[in-house]
Design a protein around this ligand. Structure first.
Ligand SMILES: Nc1nc2c(ncn2[C@@H]2O[C@H](COP(=O)(O)OP(=O)(O)OP(=O)(O)O)[C@@H](O)[C@H]2O)c(=O)[nH]1
Ligand SMILES: [Mg+2]
Ligand SMILES: [Zn+2]
Length: 312
Protein backbone atom coordinates (compact mmCIF):
# COMPACT_ATOMS: atom_id res chain seq x y z
CA UNK A 1 0.00 0.00 0.00
CA UNK A 2 1.28 3.50 -0.80
CA UNK A 3 1.42 6.23 1.83
CA UNK A 4 2.91 9.54 2.93
CA UNK A 5 5.07 9.81 6.06
CA UNK A 6 3.56 12.59 8.18
CA UNK A 7 5.39 12.15 11.48
CA UNK A 8 8.46 10.44 12.87
CA UNK A 9 9.18 9.86 16.54
CA UNK A 10 12.11 7.58 17.24
CA UNK A 11 11.72 4.38 15.24
CA UNK A 12 7.99 4.88 14.60
CA UNK A 13 6.70 6.57 11.48
CA UNK A 14 3.11 7.71 11.06
CA UNK A 15 2.03 6.97 7.49
CA UNK A 16 -1.14 8.37 5.91
CA UNK A 17 -2.40 6.01 3.24
CA UNK A 18 -4.13 7.10 0.07
CA UNK A 19 -7.55 6.31 1.56
CA UNK A 20 -6.87 8.60 4.51
CA UNK A 21 -6.00 6.06 7.22
CA UNK A 22 -3.02 6.71 9.47
CA UNK A 23 -0.90 3.69 10.32
CA UNK A 24 2.01 3.50 12.75
CA UNK A 25 4.90 1.92 10.89
CA UNK A 26 8.45 0.76 11.37
CA UNK A 27 11.25 0.31 8.89
CA UNK A 28 11.82 -3.23 7.67
CA UNK A 29 14.97 -4.52 9.40
CA UNK A 30 17.36 -4.84 6.49
CA UNK A 31 16.26 -1.64 4.83
CA UNK A 32 19.06 0.83 4.10
CA UNK A 33 19.28 3.97 2.05
CA UNK A 34 22.12 4.48 -0.35
CA UNK A 35 24.26 7.57 -0.23
CA UNK A 36 23.00 9.46 2.81
CA UNK A 37 24.44 8.99 6.26
CA UNK A 38 21.39 10.05 8.12
CA UNK A 39 20.00 9.31 11.57
CA UNK A 40 16.58 8.87 9.95
CA UNK A 41 16.58 6.88 6.70
CA UNK A 42 12.93 7.76 6.13
CA UNK A 43 11.74 11.33 6.62
CA UNK A 44 8.51 13.28 6.90
CA UNK A 45 7.27 13.94 3.38
CA UNK A 46 8.58 10.66 1.99
CA UNK A 47 6.29 8.55 -0.16
CA UNK A 48 6.61 4.93 0.91
CA UNK A 49 5.20 1.46 0.35
CA UNK A 50 3.96 -0.32 3.47
CA UNK A 51 2.88 -3.83 4.39
CA UNK A 52 0.13 -3.76 7.00
CA UNK A 53 0.23 -6.64 9.49
CA UNK A 54 -2.43 -8.32 11.63
CA UNK A 55 -1.92 -5.98 14.63
CA UNK A 56 -2.78 -2.94 12.50
CA UNK A 57 0.78 -1.59 12.35
CA UNK A 58 2.93 -1.77 9.24
CA UNK A 59 6.42 -2.23 7.86
CA UNK A 60 7.90 0.29 5.45
CA UNK A 61 9.29 -1.78 2.60
CA UNK A 62 10.17 0.81 0.01
CA UNK A 63 10.85 4.51 -0.24
CA UNK A 64 10.19 6.40 -3.46
CA UNK A 65 12.86 8.62 -4.93
CA UNK A 66 12.96 12.08 -3.32
CA UNK A 67 12.47 15.25 -5.31
CA UNK A 68 14.48 17.18 -2.70
CA UNK A 69 15.06 17.37 1.05
CA UNK A 70 16.32 19.68 3.77
CA UNK A 71 19.01 18.29 6.01
CA UNK A 72 20.68 19.49 9.19
CA UNK A 73 23.50 18.12 11.25
CA UNK A 74 22.42 15.69 13.89
CA UNK A 75 22.15 16.99 17.46
CA UNK A 76 24.65 14.58 19.01
CA UNK A 77 26.43 12.66 16.31
CA UNK A 78 28.66 15.19 14.63
CA UNK A 79 29.26 13.26 11.42
CA UNK A 80 25.68 12.26 10.85
CA UNK A 81 22.89 14.27 9.43
CA UNK A 82 19.17 14.42 10.03
CA UNK A 83 16.66 14.92 7.24
CA UNK A 84 14.10 17.47 8.40
CA UNK A 85 11.69 16.75 5.56
CA UNK A 86 11.56 15.52 1.98
CA UNK A 87 9.61 16.45 -1.17
CA UNK A 88 8.82 20.03 -0.22
CA UNK A 89 7.62 22.81 -2.52
CA UNK A 90 8.97 25.71 -0.46
CA UNK A 91 10.42 26.64 2.89
CA UNK A 92 9.46 29.54 5.15
CA UNK A 93 12.55 30.50 7.08
CA UNK A 94 11.32 32.11 10.28
CA UNK A 95 13.86 34.55 11.72
CA UNK A 96 13.80 37.05 14.57
CA UNK A 97 15.94 40.16 14.95
CA UNK A 98 15.63 39.74 18.72
CA UNK A 99 14.05 37.33 21.28
CA UNK A 100 16.02 35.30 20.16
CA UNK A 101 18.41 36.85 17.66
CA UNK A 102 18.90 34.90 14.43
CA UNK A 103 22.43 35.32 13.05
CA UNK A 104 23.00 36.31 9.45
CA UNK A 105 25.37 33.34 9.15
CA UNK A 106 22.51 31.04 10.04
CA UNK A 107 20.18 32.68 7.51
CA UNK A 108 22.76 32.55 4.73
CA UNK A 109 23.72 28.96 5.40
CA UNK A 110 20.08 27.92 5.32
CA UNK A 111 19.55 29.82 2.06
CA UNK A 112 22.64 28.22 0.52
CA UNK A 113 21.55 24.71 1.57
CA UNK A 114 18.10 25.33 0.13
CA UNK A 115 19.64 26.57 -3.14
CA UNK A 116 21.64 23.34 -3.26
CA UNK A 117 18.44 21.30 -3.17
CA UNK A 118 16.50 23.84 -5.26
CA UNK A 119 13.96 24.58 -2.54
CA UNK A 120 12.53 28.13 -2.85
CA UNK A 121 12.70 30.06 0.43
CA UNK A 122 10.55 32.91 1.73
CA UNK A 123 11.87 34.80 4.76
CA UNK A 124 9.46 35.61 7.58
CA UNK A 125 10.74 38.19 10.05
CA UNK A 126 8.65 37.36 13.10
CA UNK A 127 8.01 39.01 16.50
CA UNK A 128 7.90 42.45 14.90
CA UNK A 129 5.75 43.53 17.86
CA UNK A 130 8.69 43.15 20.26
CA UNK A 131 11.15 45.35 18.36
CA UNK A 132 12.13 48.87 19.35
CA UNK A 133 12.75 51.59 16.80
CA UNK A 134 16.40 50.75 16.20
CA UNK A 135 15.65 47.07 15.84
CA UNK A 136 12.85 47.82 13.39
CA UNK A 137 15.26 49.93 11.39
CA UNK A 138 17.77 47.09 11.37
CA UNK A 139 15.03 44.70 10.27
CA UNK A 140 14.13 46.99 7.37
CA UNK A 141 17.76 46.89 6.28
CA UNK A 142 17.81 43.11 6.43
CA UNK A 143 14.61 42.93 4.38
CA UNK A 144 16.15 45.29 1.89
CA UNK A 145 19.30 43.17 1.65
CA UNK A 146 17.50 39.88 1.09
CA UNK A 147 14.91 41.33 -1.28
CA UNK A 148 17.70 42.81 -3.36
CA UNK A 149 19.34 39.39 -3.60
CA UNK A 150 15.99 37.98 -4.74
CA UNK A 151 14.27 36.49 -1.69
CA UNK A 152 10.69 37.35 -0.85
CA UNK A 153 10.44 38.76 2.71
CA UNK A 154 7.56 39.48 5.08
CA UNK A 155 7.62 41.27 8.43
CA UNK A 156 5.05 39.57 10.59
CA UNK A 157 3.79 38.96 14.08
CA UNK A 158 2.38 35.54 14.97
CA UNK A 159 0.51 36.57 18.11
CA UNK A 160 -2.35 38.99 18.63
CA UNK A 161 -1.05 42.14 20.28
CA UNK A 162 -2.36 45.65 20.66
CA UNK A 163 0.27 47.13 18.38
CA UNK A 164 -0.18 44.31 15.88
CA UNK A 165 2.33 43.04 13.37
CA UNK A 166 3.38 44.85 10.26
CA UNK A 167 1.52 42.30 8.19
CA UNK A 168 -1.15 39.88 9.20
CA UNK A 169 -0.16 36.27 8.89
CA UNK A 170 -3.43 35.74 7.00
CA UNK A 171 -1.93 37.58 4.06
CA UNK A 172 0.44 34.62 3.64
CA UNK A 173 -2.42 32.13 3.25
CA UNK A 174 -2.51 32.29 -0.57
CA UNK A 175 1.19 31.34 -0.64
CA UNK A 176 0.39 28.08 1.13
CA UNK A 177 -2.50 26.80 -0.94
CA UNK A 178 -1.93 23.28 -2.32
CA UNK A 179 1.78 23.40 -1.49
CA UNK A 180 3.97 21.49 0.92
CA UNK A 181 5.65 24.19 3.02
CA UNK A 182 8.38 23.58 5.55
CA UNK A 183 8.73 25.96 8.49
CA UNK A 184 12.32 26.19 9.63
CA UNK A 185 14.35 28.38 11.94
CA UNK A 186 16.11 28.54 15.31
CA UNK A 187 14.31 27.35 18.41
CA UNK A 188 11.85 29.88 19.85
CA UNK A 189 11.28 32.01 16.73
CA UNK A 190 7.59 31.08 16.54
CA UNK A 191 7.27 28.26 13.99
CA UNK A 192 4.73 26.25 15.99
CA UNK A 193 2.82 29.43 16.90
CA UNK A 194 2.41 30.08 13.16
CA UNK A 195 1.28 26.51 12.51
CA UNK A 196 -1.43 26.91 15.14
CA UNK A 197 -2.52 30.13 13.47
CA UNK A 198 -2.79 28.58 10.01
CA UNK A 199 -4.30 25.31 11.26
CA UNK A 200 -6.47 26.04 14.29
CA UNK A 201 -7.07 22.34 15.12
CA UNK A 202 -3.37 21.51 14.85
CA UNK A 203 -2.85 22.43 18.48
CA UNK A 204 0.89 21.81 18.36
CA UNK A 205 2.87 22.61 21.47
CA UNK A 206 4.43 26.07 21.75
CA UNK A 207 6.79 27.43 24.38
CA UNK A 208 5.35 29.17 27.45
CA UNK A 209 6.07 32.90 27.37
CA UNK A 210 8.32 32.45 30.41
CA UNK A 211 10.43 29.89 28.53
CA UNK A 212 11.31 32.24 25.71
CA UNK A 213 14.63 33.28 27.20
CA UNK A 214 15.45 29.75 28.11
CA UNK A 215 17.55 29.16 25.02
CA UNK A 216 18.51 25.67 24.01
CA UNK A 217 15.16 24.23 25.07
CA UNK A 218 13.39 22.79 22.08
CA UNK A 219 9.64 22.78 22.36
CA UNK A 220 9.09 20.90 19.11
CA UNK A 221 11.16 17.73 19.09
CA UNK A 222 10.15 16.01 15.85
CA UNK A 223 9.02 17.03 12.37
CA UNK A 224 5.32 16.74 11.69
CA UNK A 225 3.27 17.35 8.56
CA UNK A 226 -0.15 18.91 9.07
CA UNK A 227 -2.94 19.33 6.55
CA UNK A 228 -4.13 22.87 5.76
CA UNK A 229 -7.91 23.35 5.80
CA UNK A 230 -7.92 24.70 2.22
CA UNK A 231 -5.42 22.32 0.65
CA UNK A 232 -1.70 21.85 1.13
CA UNK A 233 0.51 20.87 4.03
CA UNK A 234 2.67 22.61 6.61
CA UNK A 235 5.65 20.89 8.19
CA UNK A 236 6.55 21.92 11.73
CA UNK A 237 10.19 21.18 12.54
CA UNK A 238 12.37 21.30 15.65
CA UNK A 239 14.56 24.42 15.92
CA UNK A 240 17.79 24.08 13.95
CA UNK A 241 21.13 25.20 15.32
CA UNK A 242 23.51 24.59 12.43
CA UNK A 243 24.12 23.10 9.05
CA UNK A 244 26.66 20.84 7.51
CA UNK A 245 27.83 21.60 4.03
CA UNK A 246 28.68 18.13 2.78
CA UNK A 247 31.88 18.54 0.82
CA UNK A 248 30.90 21.30 -1.53
CA UNK A 249 33.58 22.65 -3.83
CA UNK A 250 34.25 26.42 -3.70
CA UNK A 251 32.59 26.85 -7.11
CA UNK A 252 29.47 25.16 -5.78
CA UNK A 253 29.36 27.31 -2.64
CA UNK A 254 29.73 30.39 -4.85
CA UNK A 255 26.78 29.32 -6.95
CA UNK A 256 24.52 29.08 -3.86
CA UNK A 257 25.10 32.76 -3.00
CA UNK A 258 23.16 34.38 -5.84
CA UNK A 259 24.82 37.81 -5.80
CA UNK A 260 28.33 36.44 -5.28
CA UNK A 261 27.74 34.10 -8.18
CA UNK A 262 26.62 37.05 -10.29
CA UNK A 263 29.89 38.93 -9.78
CA UNK A 264 32.11 35.81 -9.92
CA UNK A 265 31.53 35.54 -13.66
CA UNK A 266 33.91 38.50 -14.09
CA UNK A 267 36.75 37.02 -12.00
CA UNK A 268 40.06 36.61 -13.84
CA UNK A 269 40.46 32.96 -12.86
CA UNK A 270 37.87 30.25 -13.36
CA UNK A 271 38.76 28.56 -10.10
CA UNK A 272 38.81 31.81 -8.11
CA UNK A 273 37.83 31.27 -4.45
CA UNK A 274 37.30 35.03 -3.99
CA UNK A 275 39.65 35.22 -1.04
CA UNK A 276 42.99 36.59 -2.30
CA UNK A 277 43.18 36.16 -6.07
CA UNK A 278 44.24 39.03 -8.33
CA UNK A 279 41.48 40.22 -10.63
CA UNK A 280 38.74 38.92 -8.31
CA UNK A 281 35.48 40.66 -9.19
CA UNK A 282 33.80 39.48 -5.99
CA UNK A 283 36.40 41.19 -3.77
CA UNK A 284 36.03 44.32 -5.87
CA UNK A 285 32.22 44.22 -5.53
CA UNK A 286 32.63 43.72 -1.78
CA UNK A 287 34.86 46.76 -1.59
CA UNK A 288 32.29 48.79 -3.52
CA UNK A 289 29.50 47.55 -1.20
CA UNK A 290 27.67 45.73 -3.98
CA UNK A 291 28.02 42.61 -1.86
CA UNK A 292 27.12 42.85 1.86
CA UNK A 293 29.94 42.10 4.29
CA UNK A 294 27.64 39.75 6.26
CA UNK A 295 26.94 37.68 3.14
CA UNK A 296 30.62 37.48 2.27
CA UNK A 297 31.42 36.35 5.84
CA UNK A 298 28.80 33.61 5.56
CA UNK A 299 30.38 32.53 2.29
CA UNK A 300 33.79 32.39 4.00
CA UNK A 301 32.34 30.35 6.87
CA UNK A 302 31.15 27.74 4.39
CA UNK A 303 34.52 27.72 2.65
CA UNK A 304 36.20 27.10 6.02
CA UNK A 305 33.93 24.12 6.66
CA UNK A 306 35.16 22.74 3.41
CA UNK A 307 38.76 23.26 4.52
CA UNK A 308 38.52 21.69 7.97
CA UNK A 309 35.71 19.28 7.18
CA UNK A 310 33.84 20.64 10.18
CA UNK A 311 30.19 21.33 10.75
CA UNK A 312 28.87 24.39 12.50
N1 LIG B 1 5.60 38.67 21.15
C1 LIG B 1 5.58 37.67 20.28
N2 LIG B 1 5.75 36.40 20.72
C2 LIG B 1 5.72 35.41 19.83
C3 LIG B 1 5.50 35.63 18.45
N3 LIG B 1 5.54 34.43 17.81
C4 LIG B 1 5.75 33.51 18.75
N4 LIG B 1 5.86 34.08 19.98
C5 LIG B 1 6.13 33.40 21.25
O1 LIG B 1 7.43 32.85 21.21
C6 LIG B 1 7.51 31.63 21.96
C7 LIG B 1 8.12 30.51 21.12
O2 LIG B 1 7.22 30.15 20.09
P1 LIG B 1 7.17 28.68 19.45
O3 LIG B 1 6.11 28.73 18.42
O4 LIG B 1 7.09 27.63 20.50
O5 LIG B 1 8.62 28.61 18.78
P2 LIG B 1 9.22 27.46 17.82
O6 LIG B 1 9.91 28.16 16.70
O7 LIG B 1 8.16 26.49 17.46
O8 LIG B 1 10.34 26.79 18.77
P3 LIG B 1 10.90 25.24 18.78
O9 LIG B 1 9.72 24.33 18.73
O10 LIG B 1 11.67 25.14 20.06
O11 LIG B 1 11.80 25.11 17.58
C8 LIG B 1 6.07 31.35 22.41
O12 LIG B 1 5.94 31.77 23.76
C9 LIG B 1 5.22 32.21 21.51
O13 LIG B 1 4.01 32.63 22.12
C10 LIG B 1 5.34 36.98 18.00
O14 LIG B 1 5.17 37.30 16.81
N5 LIG B 1 5.40 37.95 18.96
MG1 LIG C 1 8.01 24.47 17.75
ZN1 LIG D 1 36.83 35.90 -7.43
Amino acid sequence: MRGLVIKNTGSWYTVRTENGRTIESKIKGNFRLKGIRSTNPVAVGDHVQIDVNAEGTALITEIEERRNYIIRKSQNLSKQSHILAANIDQAFLVVTINHPQTSTTFIDRFLASAEAYRVPVILLFNKTDLLDEDELYYQEMMVNLYETIGYECHQVCAVETLSGGRERLDKLMPLLKDKVTLLAGNSGVGKSTMINHFIPDADVRVAEISDVHNLGVHTTTYSEMLMLPNGGYLIDTPGIKGFGTFDMEPEEITSYFKEIFHFSKECRFNNCTHTHEPGCAVLKALENHYIAASRYESYLSMLEDKNDGKYR
